[in-house]
Write a protein that binds this ligand. Structure first.
Ligand code: CDT
Length: 308
């Protein structure tokens, strides 16, 4: 048995006016709770140091850049790294990254138990649009503020397991998990900020949004025989509701822990990495069963081409 007690640290809303220091205090409180629950690893949401700023249209690059971190750890997050090291808990969290070369990414990192960053992932599938869209009920400007990630879907050996990350919209794409599955991934960690309503379809509300999120993560866990931990930033951010629904999914696709609120809430499950072995060696033994001679379109074509 290779058991890792995992905490999914869902976070409630972060308002525009909230400081990084206030947010980090909340993260440390969740970390202390996780320590009490015996957690080895805690997963925090996407862009968890600030409000979900891509909902706001900005033209001034200096205004945009105030939402980004130039280094990690930095002055605001150092206490979080120190608390994690002190508790001997590995952490993963998302933030907006501004590189020394001036590149902007939607990023998440993974540490070991000593607070050393051992993995970095930059979001691949950026949803939304790049210009102000008058037809939407609200904006989703990730394509304006970020460039698509350049890391691809790597995995890392950490805590005697094979771990990978993706971010929010990535969780809806089977390719995300399969690329990690082909590297033997046993735990996929992801954070998300998902609006509770569809900005392009006011009829699509919370129930369907939660269902699609669960469907994406549970099917991917089963089809790749991996644990999936999905963690929300939830609640009302300056009048804009984000859904909760954080969950820990086992390699059979069953939900083993689920958040009940839209606030700061820790969900915990003892995850046995050896539980991945059966699926990986039987129905999803990729080496025996995959037929790559028929999968070429997936890598040679982006959009749909209809038959004549
Ligand atoms: N943050 C993020 O990727 N959110 C998207 C919203 C899609 S609607 C433009 C998601 O897939 O949840």
């Amino acid at each position: 048995m290779r058991e890792i007690v995992i905490g999914g640290a869902q976070m409630g809303p972060i308002q525009k006016a909230d400081t990084r220091e206030e947010v980090v205090d909340r993260m440390i409180a969740l970390l202390q709770q996780a320590k009490g629950a015996g957690c080895d690893l805690v997963v925090f949401p996407e862009l968890c140091l600030t409000t979900f700023f891509p909902r706001w249209y900005m033209e001034d690059q200096a205004e945009v850049d105030q939402w980004f971190e130039r280094e990690m750890p930095n002055a605001a997050t150092a206490p979080l790294f120190a608390a994690a090291r002190e508790a001997q808990i590995a952490i993963s969290f998302g933030y907006a990254e501004l590189t020394p070369e001036g590149r902007h990414f939607n990023t998440s990192i993974l540490t070991d138990r000593d607070g050393n960053i051992v993995g970095k992932y930059r979001k691949t599938h950026l949803p939304g649009h790049s210009e102000f869209d008058h037809d939407r009920a609200f904006q989703h400007l990730e394509k304006r503020y970020f460039e698509p990630g350049d890391t691809g879907f790597q995995v890392w050996r950490n805590m005697d397991a094979i771990m990978g990350m993706c971010i929010c919209n990535d969780r809806r794409w089977p390719e995300t998990y399969r690329v990690m599955g082909l590297q033997g991934v046993e735990l996929v960690m992801l954070g998300y900020n998902t609006p509770s309503v569809n900005s392009q379809d006011s009829v699509e509300g919370l129930e369907k949004r939660l269902y699609h999120s669960e469907l994406s993560m549970t099917s991917a866990a089963y089809q790749n025989a991996t644990w999936v931990v999905g963690v929300a930033k939830a609640g009302d951010e300056d009048g804009h509701p984000l859904m909760g629904g954080s969950m820990i999914v086992d390699p059979n696709g069953y939900v083993m822990a689920r958040a009940e609120t839209e606030g700061d809430e820790l969900i915990v499950h003892a995850c046995d990495m050896d539980a991945c072995s059966f699926g990986k060696s039987t129905i999803f033994d990729f080496a025996r069963h995959r037929r790559i001679e028929h999968y070429g379109l997936i890598c040679s074509q982006t959009g749909v081409v209809l038959p004549d």
